[in-house]
Write a protein that binds this ligand. Structure first.
Ligand code: KG4
Ligand code: ZN
Length: 333
């Protein structure tokens, strides 16, 4: 039995979790800084770094109390070491190394994207490979073929804005506040998704995405039709974004002969994306894996779960492993 403490501080969530053997979550504590950043309409790196500094120790303590464990029960300390905001990553990485050194246990640095891929496995241990994972967050939009543990192939990515960024920018333009994804998701339930037909660029080409043109189309439409219902615009934008995402995920799954499609990242919490993804999986006779909403957004249980797999394959990380804001997944060709 391996008890792993996970720490996540790559963006604006300060999180700590205790996970046993990569799949039993004893505690998963997330302290969101969203209220601190909301008035600025986005994450302010300086504020995020300072907030992690004051929140991390109590969040780790809370996770350990919730898990009912003491210092000596922890076998491994893991933390996200990239990609993300450098000032935020450094807080988690430094704390994890200090704890590992103090408790004389291994430290493992985790790639934040890999952690998002493992979030689904944490809840669905029976998953069969190959899988197509659609990682859709505020900073990234990628279609990844998950061939086996540690083996990932990049199938497509956004050429401009990330999907979550498009939700956030459209929401901001419509005056719906920050973060925009949940606001658009909620408002769309009262709107007509067929009110305006928005077609994102590159819908019918390859597996890459482009969202910046979709955002501009929304802005132009509202400028030209000032009386338009905001709920109809939100619903029509969401329908177009979800359509292109599911369309490409489906094409990717066909191309690689995937056994299933899995959603990951904050936008995977979107209710229409979840519903449409399941619909295409049922139609195509493949499995659809939708992590719970708590597991889609940034958390540390996914970090600790990934650390367990990394421990089996690569062993511990050196203590001079640094925080890397531009860390990439080691994709195979
Ligand atoms: O993965 P995440 O928590 O943080 C990173 O970006 O790494 O993703 C945050 C993004 C934000 O852009 C937010 O607006 C979006 O996920 N999001 C959603 C929903 N919930 C969060 N987008 C659409 N619908 C949602 N329900
Ligand atoms: Zn994330």
């Amino acid at each position: 039995m391996t008890v792993i403490l996970g720490i996540e501080t790559s963006c604006d969530e300060t999180a700590a979790a205790v996970v046993v053997d990569g799949n039993q979550v004893l505690a998963n504590v997330v302290s969101s800084q969203v209220d601190l950043h909301a008035r600025y309409g986005g994450v302010v790196p300086e504020i995020a770094g300072r907030a992690h500094e004051s929140l991390l120790t109590p969040v780790i303590a809370e996770a350990m109390v919730e898990a009912g464990i003491n210092d000596e029960d922890i076998d491994v300390v893991s933390a996200t070491h990239g990609p993300g905001l450098i000032g935020s990553l450094l807080i988690g990485v430094s704390a994890a190394k200090a704890l590992a050194l103090g408790w004389n246990v291994p430290f493992i640095g985790i790639n934040h994207h890999e952690a998002h891929l493992y979030a689904a496995l944490l809840e669905e241990p029976e998953i069969e490979f190959p899988l197509v994972v659609m990682l859709v967050s505020g900073g990234h939009t990628m279609l990844i073929e998950f061939q086996d543990h540690g083996q990932y192939r990049l199938l497509g990515a956004t050429v401009d804005d990330a999907a979550g960024e498009a939700f956030d920018k459209v929401a901001r333009y419509l005056g719906l506040g920050y973060p925009g994804g949940p606001a658009i998701d909620d408002l769309s339930k009262q709107g007509d998704p067929n009110a305006v037909k928005f077609t994102p660029p590159m819908r019918n080409e390859g597996l890459n995405f482009s969202f910046s043109g979709l955002k501009t189309a929304v802005v132009n439409h509202v400028r030209q039709n000032p009386g338009v219902e905001t709920a109809d615009i939100a619903a029509s934008f969401q329908a177009a974004a979800v359509d292109v995402l599911t369309h490409k995920a489906r094409r990717a799954a066909h191309e690689v002969g995937a056994k299933g499609i899995c959603l990951a990242g904050g936008v995977a919490a979107n209710s229409e994306l979840r519903e449409k993804t399941l619909d295409i999986c049922v139609e195509d006779g493949i499995q659809g894996f939708l992590p719970s909403r708590a597991m889609c957004t940034d958390n540390a249980a996914m970090v600790a779960a990934t650390a367990w797999w990394r421990m089996q394959n690569d062993g511990e990380s050196p203590l001079d492993l640094g925080a890397d804001p531009n860390l990439r997944l080691p994709f195979i060709d």
